[in-house]
Design a protein around this ligand. Structure first.
Ligand code: HEM
Length: 428
């Protein structure tokens, strides 16, 4: 068994040559290949019921390596844990060491394995925090991105900064809290089990001690977009279907045109990657819930139950932005969200939305729910993707019910070849 060592070289246990394995966390504990061979031994080792151990859950793994990073085109999982980190060390070698350590740990977790010992004896401090023990990979994807701050020349990277990687400009009506915005590095962990996603971020944070500090963290539940034509459209906390006209990963032309950075990029290290934008958007849920259905539908431009455009009857009917009613007014109002956000209103540009609902509990002053949309989108260039769309949304009828409170932009490099570590093309 190979442990992922901390940046300072401490391993908290045995060491050995790196090797790729298909063991699940359960398989790891049993010492069996694929977790199938010695279920009885599993019961002895983890002290669980033998009959349950004999029927392993289906293992759902998303490949960690490939042309593009997982977690972008991957069909959106149901849960998210997102963290932004600041790099506190000023030594480039510390950053490289950490990214190598993180890559090895992430690869293990995406294969459903712990990053090292969970138990042990005596004085040993477990290398893995343990809360995902017994859970499978749950489609975990871990996606990394680099923020503009990483290129401020602490690490000699100023010349390698992509021109598009600038902090987002100010937008109308936003009230951005800097404490939950920005960051040098982001980690997006998505899974179909909330504990698996949380475990991934927690363990990377732990490995970063001494090199990074966590700047902000957000949990998300309930994907608010389909990113594959195989998925049903989910609903956001306003109760509307969200993601109907999203870019889907099967649409290779759209992915290449709008999501992936191509080889004409000003920075070759980013070719095959994508720009990630985050916006934490609070919703005035109680006010929305008192609004009449006709107004809610006018605000979005779609019907609530079916999700059809106001000019159609079925969810996937094309919206007709030119249609006028008997009163001569546009059927989809001039300030409807879908009119302003549509590619037809934005020079044909599209973004891949991949957000999650969130709640941070209740507002202690008003007693109202502190909840909304943790908006995430990927695009080949934020200057033609998120930024102009968000500027258009200054006139959005939805603004009466939402407030943007945090903001982030990160450049996510391409996927990893065998043996490569996160950021190698940038830092080598
Ligand atoms: C809390 C905030 C938001 C809510 C509740 C929301 C909700 C929705 C809903 C219900 C739809 C219709 C279904 C669909 O096609 O996906 C939609 C569409 C869309 N939204 Fe949002 N959205 C929010 C924020 C944003 C932001 C910040 C952007 C980008 C700047 C954005 C971009 C889009 C785009 C591009 C579409 C597709 C429009 C089309 O092609 O018809 N949304 N949104």
């Amino acid at each position: 068994m190979t442990e992922v060592s901390r940046p300072d070289g401490e391993t908290n246990g045995e060491q050995g040559p790196a090797r790729r394995s298909r063991l699940t966390r359960r398989g790891f504990l049993t010492g069996s290949v694929g977790g199938l061979a010695v279920a009885g031994a599993s019961a002895v080792l983890v002290g669980c019921d033998e009959s349950k151990a004999a029927a392993p859950k289906p293992v759902t793994q998303v490949p960690f390596r490939g042309t593009h990073q997982a977690g972008i085109a991957t069909p959106a999982q149901d849960r998210m844990a997102f963290a932004a980190f600041d790099v506190t060390s000023t030594r480039k070698q510390d950053l490289i060491d950490l990214l190598q350590t993180w890559t090895a740990a992430a690869e293990k977790m995406c294969a459903g394995q712990p990053i090292g010992t969970v138990g042990g004896t005596g004085e040993q401090v477990p290398a893995d925090t343990g809360e995902a023990t017994g859970l499978d990979a749950a489609d975990l994807t871990i996606t990394i991105g680099f923020g503009p701050g990483l290129f401020d020349n602490r690490f000699g990277l100023a010349a390698r900064k992509p021109a598009a990687l600038e902090p987002l400009p100010s937008f109308a009506r936003e009230v951005i809290d800097p404490d939950i915005s920005g960051g040098d590095i982001c980690i997006q962990a998505c899974a179909n089990d909330p504990q698996v996603a949380f475990h991934a971020v927690r363990n990377l944070n732990r490995l970063g001690f001494g090199t990074t500090t966590m700047r902000w963290f957000q949990l998300g539940f309930g994907r608010t977009s389909s990113t594959s034509s195989s998925q049903q459209t989910p609903r956001n906390l306003l109760g509307f279907k969200d993601g109907t006209r999203n870019v889907v990963s099967e649409d290779v032309d759209a992915m290449n045109a709008h999501v992936w950075v191509n080889e004409t990029s000003d920075q070759q290290w980013l070719s095959g990657g994508s720009y990630l934008v985050t916006r934490k958007i609070r919703m005035a849920i109680e006010a929305w819930d008192r609004d009449r259905i006709g107004d809610q539908q006018d605000v979005i431009g779609r019907t609530k139950v079916e999700g059809a455009p106001l000019t159609g009857t079925k969810e996937h009917d094309e919206p007709d932005l030119n249609a006028k009613g008997s009163d001569g007014q546009p059927v989809i109002p001039v300030d409807a969200h879908i009119r302003l956000a549509a590619p037809e209103s934005n020079a044909g540009m599209k973004i891949l939305r991949r957000g999650y609902s969130f709640t941070d509990g209740a507002d202690p002053v008003t007693g109202q729910l502190d909840a909304g949309l943790f908006f995430i989108c990927f695009q080949s260039d934020p200057r033609t993707g998120f930024i102009p769309v968000q500027r258009k949304l200054a006139a959005d009828g939805l603004n009466e019910y939402i407030k943007h409170v945090s903001s982030g932009i990160f450049a996510c490099p391409a996927g990893l070849a065998d043996g490569e570590y996160w950021g190698q093309r940038l830092l080598a």
